[in-house]
Design a protein around this ligand. Sequence first.
Ligand code: TYM
Length: 326
Amino acid sequence: MPRRITGFTPSGDLHLGNYLGAMRPIIGPQHDADTVVFVSDLHALTLDHEPADVRRRTLEFATLLLAAGVDPDACLFMVQSHVPEHTELHYLLECVTGYGEAQRMIQFKEKSRRQEHIRTSLLTYPILMAADILLYDIDEVPVGEDQRQHVELARDLATRFNARYGETFTVPRAVNPAVAARVMDLSAPKEKMSKSTSSAAGALRLLDEPDQLRRKIMRAVTDAGTTVTYDPERSPGVANLLDILGGCTHHDPRDLAKTFDRYGELKTAVADAVVDTLAPIQERYRELAARPDHVRDVLRAGAGRARERAGETVRRTRAAIGLLPT
Ligand code: TYM
């Protein structure tokens, strides 16, 4: 059975890109894989944040993941900060990471450009992400395209550590979904749909009301043309709508393009598909959100199981790198 992991950072609201890019790809095959799903709350501390927002969103994200179908009996499901082994391995991996290597990460360059005060944790965030992955002997990391470079770093660090200190880590690889690995912003279709930078009109939030979802899709930026073709370069807005439709309905966006004459028809089909995809998740979310104590019990049990597994990897790593056993 392949071992797989993915995480979601509770900064901003979860959107359709998160769902199609990572949530559905890890949840779908969860009964045929050894799966770890977690809320990466420590990653939300890398930019200025309100403590109460991070706490509220951590529970909201966990509730949404359960609503989207995470089966806590089949997966390891927890909050990152409840498993202190993540930060312990983070430090040990910092000791095999080059400073320049961390600085070269595209997301660090983009996010640090927007900050006046850059937190050191923003620079070292991909090393924490490598720790998340390497702790659980992961083979595959289903993520959207924007996280591919970080998974490459985890690969590099695992390979380097093994070569220098002896076989310790499994070397993981990123897997991107075939369609919708990079869902774009509806009002700025050259930018990715983002929790932190998309405007309210640009992102389809998982908890948006059906009316809001429809309105945003009907107002999505297309272009001056009239015929529907799949051309991400010249017609990124239309290609994005086709990707979203393809992602929701499991069809190839190029084939779908041939079935529409006008943009209006395409938008109506996209709106129907998105509302149909999200409605059952929203319904389960409302039921679960009424039982926060149940969600917290599930997370507590998950953290206990995760610590056992992660503790084993940390012991192995400490021994390999030269720390005296207690
Ligand atoms: P995060 O919270 O930014 O995003 C969660 C997942 O959603 C994917 N994603 C997208 N996919 C398609 N289109 C988009 N517009 C889009 N936007 C986001 C992301 O690629 C991601 O898979 N650092 C990670 C969380 C993390 C993690 C990990 C993931 C922490 N540790 C270990 C995998 C393994 C992050 O902040 O993702």
